[in-house]
Design a protein around this ligand. Structure first.
Ligand SMILES: Cc1ncc(COP(=O)(O)O)c(C=O)c1O
Length: 189
């Protein structure tokens, strides 16, 4: 089973699907859970899909029946609004091209923010130990801070992150990057 929730945020729409396609082509059966929450920006619409790829076409009826059973046990009728939005966008060449261009803008924006944060941390700490932030891909990175440092960031700098120092890069902007970097240096990160 593959859970793909950030397609388009890493190296591009096609590139991010490469491993999933390879596995689905090599395995007798693959279940793929794909989310549209992030790459369509519709987190609250609960939109995505569950797909079962089987090499053996004779299993199609039983697989379809199993999925139908699971659907009935789980939610029966999913919300339709978000799915209609996605279908409308993907089914129209112009809208689809707009979406792909915007997704690419978001992806490149996150890469710029990653580089800016790595540079600002280098300036603030005088070390390149946060260089990995620029190498990572996607929305999230763990900064490697201790729980105490995370707590001090919250208490003394009003900067909030998950206890394991995971941050959402897309939550930053070019104005807040240096503020964050200075605060991290101040708490000894
Ligand atoms: C890896 C992964 N899979 C799935 C989800 C959830 O997707 P959805 O919003 O479609 O339930 C998330 C985050 O929300 C995620 O990080």
């Amino acid at each position: 089973m593959i859970d793909i929730a950030y397609q388009g945020f890493g190296d591009g729409l096609e590139q991010d699907a490469a491993a999933t396609r390879k596995i689905a082509a090599a395995m007798p059966e693959t279940i793929i859970a794909a989310s549209c929450s992030k790459n369509f920006g519709i987190y609250r619409e609960r939109t995505g899909l569950l797909m079962l790829c089987a090499q053996d076409a004779s299993k199609q009826a039983v697989n379809q029946g199993t999925l139908a059973f699971l659907n009935r046990q789980n939610y029966s009728f999913p919300p339709d609004h978000g799915a209609r939005l996605v279908l409308t966008v993907l089914g129209d060449d112009a809208l689809r091209a707009d979406w792909q261009a915007e997704l690419e803008e978001v992806r490149l924006g996150m890469l710029d923010l990653r580089q800016a944060l790595a540079d600002a941390l280098q300036d603030a700490t005088g070390s390149n130990r946060f260089g990995f932030v620029a190498e990572h891909r996607g929305m999230f990175s763990r900064l490697g801070l201790t729980a105490e440092q995370v707590e001090t960031l919250r208490k003394d700098h009003a900067i909030y992150m998950v206890g394991d120092s995971r941050i959402n890069i897309a939550g930053l902007n070019m104005q807040t990057v240096p503020v964050l970097a200075k605060a991290i240096a101040a708490v000894g990160g």
